[in-house]
Design a protein around this ligand. Structure first.
Ligand code: FAD
Length: 402
């Protein structure tokens, strides 16, 4: 599958990390991770940090899957509001999912603090706008339930929103617990770091075309006919994980994004907050370190890559129009546009852990708009499992709830 097309900003901004070769001989190893995106990189980071060496294989150049197309906002809010999630799941499960998501932002921050890697990680505030008057009631319910469970949030009325942000909307929820990163820089930084430390072997351009369970693990066949034998297999293959899964657990969605030319710093709204809204699919925006505005949305169900790509111009024009309606005073010029495919689950939560009956095969499937924070949680849960430790979050994100 073509995971995206157009010009994803991170791939243009950063040098390509491509000086490593494909797997050239069969190997026998402990843990193999399929996928070198942000998920595979975070899993490798957790394992290497706990003394568990591992191997990553990827059919593409390193980190050039969905990770390169991400707009990379880190928010604790899951695509399904907490007030709705408690109707789909047990209250404690829904609240744990939100708390885990909040904690994951700090954990991502710690990864880069501890390794000393620069991933353009920046703490940000987040503004969740009521798209219309009807949504105000939803927002009030959401505010009440998040406050009841101690999640960081405050309400902003229409006047405060207008005065502080110059935004004309009936209200918003505000928190200062969000963040943003450069996903490509983050991922290649981690891969390079652990490869250099000796705990991680990397094999790009190496597709796993067949896998088979053995008595004590898995045997993988690669596209160039090499065999990889391993005890543990981690599936961090993003939206292409379907070939490893006995059933479909997500729906694919086409999504659109763009980045503007840099704007004067004085033109950017206060705190350069991440902004999104109650309407579904939602429009969202962030800024970049060089004062560009990055925005995305206009999601539609994915049918095929050709149809997704055909709509790029029309959809990104709509994103620009929505932005200009929100901030009529900011003069923007579009510089790069791209579209991608991502996926969503019914409850907005990822699937992490073993599929029933498939022992030693660990899925790290951070589906939805919070893919990156979910990748962090997946990395921790899989590492803990391999170390023989338990974690209450495992039941929240496991396949058993499907
Ligand atoms: C436009 C867009 C905006 C987004 N915005 C956000 C956001 O703001 N915040 C957020 O948290 N998330 C966001 N996401 C989602 C987030 O980017 C993804 O959840 C995340 O990048 C997925 O990372 P991954 O490592 O799981 O997958 P990928 O980056 O796709 O990596 C998986 C890798 O597995 C490899 N692979 C697959 N099958 C095989 C095989 N058989 N053999 C070998 N290799 C294989 C692929 O080549 C690929 O490189 C967005 C996504 C898109 C497309």
């Amino acid at each position: 599958m073509d995971l995206y097309s157009g010009y994803p900003y991170w791939l243009i901004k950063n040098p390509l990390y491509n000086h490593i070769h494909e797997l050239r001989e069969s190997i026998n190893t402990d843990t193999v991770i399929i996928g070198s995106g942000i998920t595979g990189a975070l899993v490798a980071h957790e394992l290497c940090s706990h003394g568990l060496p591992c191997v990553i294989v990827d059919k593409r150049a390193l980190a050039t899957g969905s990770t390169a197309a991400s707009t990379a906002q880190l928010q604790y809010e899951i695509d399904v509001p907490l007030s709705e999630l408690v109707k789909k799941l047990q209250v404690t499960t829904a609240v744990t999912a939100y708390q885990a998501s909040l904690q994951a932002i700090s954990d991502v921050e710690q990864v880069f603090l501890k390794t000393g890697l620069d991933a353009d990680f920046e703490r940000k505030s987040s503004l969740y706008l009521a798209s219309n008057n009807k949504a105000l009631q939803e927002l009030e319910e959401e505010l009440a339930i998040r406050q009841r469970y101690g999640l960081p949030v405050t309400g902003l009325g229409a006047t405060a929103l207008q005065q502080r942000y110059g935004i004309s909307r009936p209200g918003a929820l505000y928190n200062d617990a969000a963040a943003q990163i450069d996903t490509y820089k983050a991922t290649t930084g981690l891969l390079h770091y652990h490869h250099g430390q000796g705990g991680l072997q990397l094999f790009p351009y190496t597709e796993v075309t067949r896998h088979q369970a053995t008595r004590d693990g898995y045997e993988l066949l690669t596209g160039n006919g090499k065999i990889i034998k391993c005890r543990n297999l981690v599936i961090a293959s993003g939206y292409e994980a379907g070939t490893f899964l006995p059933e479909k657990v997500m729906d694919l969605v086409s999504t659109y994004a763009l980045v503007t030319e840099p704007v004067p710093p004085s033109a950017i709204w206060p705190e350069a907050s991440l902004i999104w809204e109650t309407a579904r699919p939602y429009f969202y925006l962030r800024t970049t370190g060089d004062n560009r505005i990055m925005m995305g949305g206009e999601d539609i169900p994915f049918r095929n890559e050709q149809l997704r790509d055909l709509l790029l111009k029309r959809k990104t024009n709509r994103l620009l129009k929505t932005f200009r309606q929100l901030f009529p005073g900011i003069d923007i010029k579009c510089e790069m546009t791209w579209c991608g495919t991502f996926s969503s689950t019914k409850d907005g939560l990822p699937f992490i852990g073993c599929y029933p009956g498939l022992e030693r095969m660990y899925f790290a499937l951070g589906y939805g708009g919070n893919g990156i924070t979910f990748s962090m949680i997946a990395a921790q849960l899989i590492c803990k499992h391999l170390l023989g430790q338990t974690d209450d979050r495992a039941a929240v994100f496991g396949f058993e709830r499907r």
